[in-house]
Write a protein that binds this ligand. Structure first.
Ligand SMILES: *Cc1c(COP(=O)(O)O)cnc(C)c1O
Length: 362
């Protein structure tokens, strides 16, 4: 996150402007710069308090009838399911493909024919590029909206990046844990300016020019203080990105390649998470690492369908999700992680792999 010295000039602007929230000049400048970053027009971006609120508002903006089902992967962060429920829809969990960590478009399209399916939510797994044009096709043919939860894909979506913004409404997170952070914040991207404006309207109590609520909105605006952090962060984004690339390169150099997930770990894109697929139980590996004083996190746990809040949601068979939940684990990863730290982590992993081989051989 940007430090004090970088943020101060923008805070001084707020003092001069005496404009603190409700789409002030800093917020407008951030929207402008982010739009350009993603290869979009100013009107195509709606800033929100988080990706979670952005997904809910995107579903609302598409006017999906309350009570219908929303097809979505169980293999995602729990926020995706929470956002769907907050939009008064019922999650219906589908499995992901082992090679993309993403639902199979053909299966999704078939399931979407059911009359009680109102929408689909597709997750860009940890920022790994997926083919968005395919999902535009699914949405067109079914006549049902596909929302792209691209929470971790801030960089993947950049103008000259590996996954340009397509037609489907796309939501990005700028939470402090992502590659580019505002602390808390999100953005809904739509090449349809009417749709984007509907999201902005929903995010400001449903107001559209007057004090009469045109839509049943909430308050999901970002303040000028949040925008100040964003503008400061964009000033040196190239350096931040280079840091993420350096951290990724360290792991690519020292990590046993067989442990990397199918999408790799950030090749022409950067992510703030480094997942591995362990050949045995990730929980056991986490214990082994903890024994060496090395932290780890299972970002998506064993899938949304195993969490108490969503255990009663309907679902397809989820064999791949279950396998990933058993074996995926994220390693320590931050912008200025050092060679020594990465070496120690990778040595511990290699040792654990060797002792597993010995056990198998014995
Ligand atoms: C981070 C993340 C979210 C939540 O984003 P917030 O901005 O914290 O609300 C949702 N979905 C996925 C896949 C994420 O990685």
């Amino acid at each position: 996150m940007p430090t004090l010295e970088h943020i101060i000039p923008y805070l001084a602007q707020i003092d001069t402007n005496r404009w603190y929230t409700n789409h002030g000049p800093l917020c407008a400048a951030l929207q402008e710069q982010l739009a350009r970053f993603w290869g979009l027009e100013y009107e195509h971006v709606a800033l929100t308090t988080s990706a979670t609120s952005g997904i809910t508002l995107a579903l609302n903006a598409h006017e999906v009838q309350p009570g219908l089902r929303c097809l979505m992967p169980s293999w995602t962060f729990t926020a995706s399911a929470g956002a769907v429920v907050a939009a008064h829809l019922r999650p219906h969990f589908v499995d992901v493909r082992a090679d993309t960590w993403c639902p199979d478009p053909t299966e999704m399209e078939t399931l979407a024919q059911a009359p009680d399916v109102g929408a689909m939510l597709v997750v860009v797994p940890f920022g790994t590029p997926i083919d968005l044009a395919v999902w535009d096709g699914v949405s067109q043919r079914t006549g049902k909206p596909v929302i792209i939860d691209a929470a971790a894909a801030f960089d993947t979506l950049r103008a000259d990046g590996p996954m340009p913004v397509a037609h489907c409404t796309t939501v990005v997170s700028m939470h402090a844990t992502k590659v580019f952070g505002l602390g808390e914040g999100g953005a809904v991207l739509s090449r349809d300016p009417v749709l984007a404006e509907r999201v902005r309207t929903l995010a400001r109590f449903g107001f559209a020019g007057t004090r009469a609520a045109q839509l049943p909105g909430i308050n999901a605006k970002i303040s000028e203080y949040t925008a100040a952090v964003g503008l400061a962060g964009l000033d040196y984004w190239p350096r931040t990105r280079a840091n993420w690339q350096a951290a990724t390169a360290l792991y690519r150099q020292h990590l046993p390649a067989t442990l990397l997930p199918p999408g790799g770990c950030g090749d022409h894109w950067v992510t703030s998470t480094l997942n591995i697929l362990w050949p045995d139980s990730a929980t056991q590996l986490a214990d082994t690492l903890a024994g060496q004083g090395i932290g780890s996190v299972s970002w998506w746990g064993t899938g949304c369908h195993t969490q108490p809040a969503y255990a009663t949601c309907t679902r397809q068979p989820l064999p791949v999700t279950e396998r990933l939940g058993h074996s995926a684990l994220a390693l320590p990863f931050w912008q200025d992680i050092g060679t020594e730290q990465v070496l120690r982590i990778c040595a511990t992993l290699t040792q654990a792999l060797d002792s597993m081989d010995l056990n198998t051989a014995g």
